[in-house]
Design a protein. Structure first.
Length: 154
C-alpha cells in the first residue's frame, strides 16, 4: 500500500511539473519574455504552429513580431490538460483560448489544443514536440476594449 501511494505521489508531482512547464510557454508569450517562453522547451525541440514548423527559438522569432505589430497584449489561457506519463516521456493534450487586444482596440479570439510530447531529462520536464491545433478563430463584432486600471506599486 505504501509503495502504491508513493507511485501515485510521484505521478502527481510529474504532472504538476509538466503543468508548470506548459504554463511557462503561455506566460512567456503573454509577457513577451523570450527566456521564459524558451524555458518550456528542450533546445532541440520542435514547434508546429499554423504554417510554421521549426525550433522553438525560430518560432519565437516568427510569432513575436506578428503579435507586437497587431496586439497591445495577449492572453493564452490554458484550460484542462490530459497528461499521460510513461517513464521519462509524457504526452499532453491541453485546450486553450487565446485573446489578443489589437492595436485598433478590437479583439482577436482563437481556441484549440496544444498536443505535446514532453521528455524528462535529468530531473526536468520540457516540451520536445508541440503541435498547435487551432480549432477556431474570430474577430468578435461587438466588443470594445476598456483601458485597464493597473495597480500602482506600493
Amino acid at each position: 500500500m505504501a509503495s502504491d501511494r508513493a507511485a501515485r505521489l510521484e505521478a502527481m508531482l510529474d504532472k504538476q511539473e509538466i503543468r508548470e512547464c506548459l504554463e511557462a510557454f503561455s506566460r512567456g508569450m503573454d509577457r513577451f519574455d523570450r527566456a521564459t517562453y524558451l524555458s518550456a522547451f528542450w533546445e532541440d525541440g520542435v514547434m508546429a504552429a499554423g504554417p510554421f514548423v521549426g525550433s522553438p527559438a525560430a518560432c519565437w522569432d516568427w510569432a513575436v513580431p506578428m503579435h507586437e505589430a497587431g496586439q497591445i497584449l495577449t492572453h493564452h489561457a490554458l484550460l484542462q490538460s490530459n497528461i499521460d506519463v510513461e517513464g521519462d516521456t509524457a504526452h499532453a493534450e491541453t485546450y486553450y483560448q487565446f485573446i489578443g487586444r489589437n492595436r485598433d482596440e478590437s479583439l482577436w479570439m482563437a481556441g484549440g489544443r496544444y498536443i505535446d510530447r514532453l521528455e524528462r531529462r535529468g530531473d526536468m520536464w520540457k516540451i520536445a514536440l508541440r503541435t498547435n491545433v487551432i480549432e477556431w478563430s474570430c474577430l468578435p463584432l461587438r466588443c470594445r476594449c476598456l483601458s485597464p486600471t493597473l495597480p500602482t506599486s506600493p
